[in-house]
Design a protein around this ligand. Sequence first.
Ligand code: IMP
Ligand code: MG
Length: 431
Amino acid sequence: MKTVAVVGTQWGDEGKGKIVDLLAADADIVVRFQGGNNAAHTLVVGGEKFILRLVPAGALHEGKVCVIGNGTVVDPIALIEELDKLRSHGCLTNDGTFKLASDAHMVMPYHRAIDRARETRLGGRAIGTTGFGIGPAYEDKMARCGLRFADLADFKSFSEKLERNLADKNLYLKAVLKAKPVGAAGLIEQMKTVRRRLMPYICDTAAYLDDAIANGRRVLFEGAHGTMLDIDHGTYPFVTSSSCLASAVFAGAGLAPGSLEAVLGITKAYTTRVGGGPFPTEIKGKLGDRLRTEGGEFGSATGRPRRIGWFDAVLTRQAARLNGVWGLAVTKLDILTGIDPLKICVAYEIKGKRCERMPPGDLVTHKIKPIYEELPGWREDTSDARAFGDLPANARRYLKRLSELSDVEIAMVGVGAAREATIVLNNPFLN
Ligand code: IMP
Ligand code: MG
């Protein structure tokens, strides 16, 4: 298959970055199609740790083309910093290996200020956003007052729009949110730098991808966040502001429906979420702390401790259905070593009734009791396993059960942070 999307089946942080980085070896082009620098992928390559926020994870492979599609919102300053860091590591040094959609929207300092001021104002009802201004930037896109990279071409008109937006946003910040306004000084100068630095990469990425696909190039679409953070199908209002499903590839990269051949769903062997909102299988106390420490479950974008829970098959079934998942990549299996017994949530009990699917509406308003199945754990170290048969019998049993309950075949299993620490059962690009 030549066009493959990778999406998260939980609340993000499933380890998509590692899988994208691995698959990028067999792809020609890697594309981001939604979200912004609220996403963060931690990758370990050659023993070195990289955190990517905006640039697709293909950047760590020489010669791959990295594309940021029109469905994203991009903080241009954060992008420049990320590009500089990658270049200092010898990545993306060839001309033409990075492309930025002219129609992608920019995240401005006033978006960040609004995001943070709103969260403060919400207090105990806060969403727990990453504070990077993603929601307010998408709001402006829909309100049709957003600034796009294409606008930089005519800098005079760009500056006028920016000043108008800034004046409006500052009124809102001061009068409604009771927050400090954003200073205008320096912003226009900063945008001149943005223009100079980013103009060479700005292009019609949808047309570029269309040509590339017609020419038989292999394209990998890198989803950010996860299905449960999707603006429509996630645990609203505790969600992000973009569509995180595989279907977002079509709008967010300008691909025609039907041209996506496979969707790989990434799922952690347990569940995590960062920020507020319902979490039916949450584990509190010592066991949760142990998994958090062993799994390094602290947000890559914000450093916040992630909440930990048992594997929830209701979520993965839902994600499999919404995304048309072809195969599952189960990550961080090694973290479960030594935990016995292991629990898997197979369904929910709501008002005494067994529910196989998530209830419609707001999960918070439902009193959900997870229905668990217990499986025996394993003690053997799994980190050197490179084939399914190398895994302890109970680990294989656990994985088979996850697959049955999610109704999707397992394509990959992650047993460590490094690129190599992966069991590949089925690589969609080689299929
Ligand atoms: P926002 O995307 O910054 O608006 O945050 C909205 C919600 O999505 C918060 O609960 C964030 O913690 C969560 N979120 C956004 N991006 C990610 C991610 O990449 N991983 C995990 N949670 C995320
Ligand atoms: Mg992440």
